[in-house]
Design a protein around this ligand. Structure first.
Ligand code: MN
Length: 221
């Protein structure tokens, strides 16, 4: 598991996304995040911590809590653990350009078993079938990810107490689990922040110029 591809695709002086750092989890519980990503096509990025990185899948329709609805999940490059907190705008002209929202976040427990023996998450992932219990703000209970062809997987809710064929969390709970903002609000606020930063940057520069001039004066004296 490596962040090479993640690094290669991004310029970290141009995007607010976190830099590629591998990180050991400090706790026994592993994290997951689902990011709503308003890129060329709106989709949901499901990411779960395995072996120091966030394994990642783009889910075009987002997760369903109806066990009968199988959701296509296309595997994408590993992301750094810090990415789970990223909410903001990837600038135009850059990889994944568009607004990113932390739609759901929490911890998960690997539940993959074979013959009553627990299979570690990394091994389960490599074999192409992993089951896990989510403890998120929106999603809870068992899910399964199963690979069926190359980078294509299916994300399916397990039939447990949290399964509900009538609920559509993607529609009924559209806001950020981190900040409570809608995509539009994130867009507006981040753009404003960006402008403010640029303004500050300019005034700082001016300040520096003045100091420099003073220094020059002193020198002349
Ligand atoms: Mn994405």
């Amino acid at each position: 598991m490596s962040l090479k591809e993640y690094k290669k695709k991004r310029k970290f002086d141009k995007t607010p996304e976190p830099e590629a750092k591998k990180k050991k989890s400090s706790s026994k519980s592993f994290i997951f995040v689902i990011q709503k990503h308003d890129a060329t096509n709106l989709h949901y990025d499901f990411r779960m911590e395995i072996d120091g990185v966030l394994k990642s899948w783009a889910v075009p329709k987002g997760p369903s809590v109806n066990p009968k609805e199988k959701r296509l999940a296309i595997e994408t490059e590993d992301h750094p653990i810090d990415y789970a907190d990223f909410e903001g705008i990837i600038p135009e002209g850059h990889y994944g350009a568009g607004t990113v929202m932390v739609w759901d976040k929490g911890t998960y427990k690997n539940t993959t078993e074979k013959d009553d023996k627990e299979i570690p998450a990394k091994k389960a992932y490599e074999k192409g079938h992993i089951t896990f219990d989510l403890k998120g703000k929106k999603l809870k209970g068992g899910f399964a990810l199963t690979r069926f062809r190359e980078d294509k997987w299916l994300l399916v809710k397990e039939d447990d107490d949290y399964a509900d064929a009538r609920k559509k969390p993607v529609k009924s709970e559209p806001k950020s689990a981190k900040t409570g903002r809608t995509l539009k609000e994130i867009e507006k606020e981040e753009e404003k922040e960006d402008k403010d930063k640029k303004k500050k940057g300019k005034s700082k520069k001016k300040g520096k110029d003045k100091k420099d001039k003073k220094k020059e004066k002193k020198k002349k004296k």
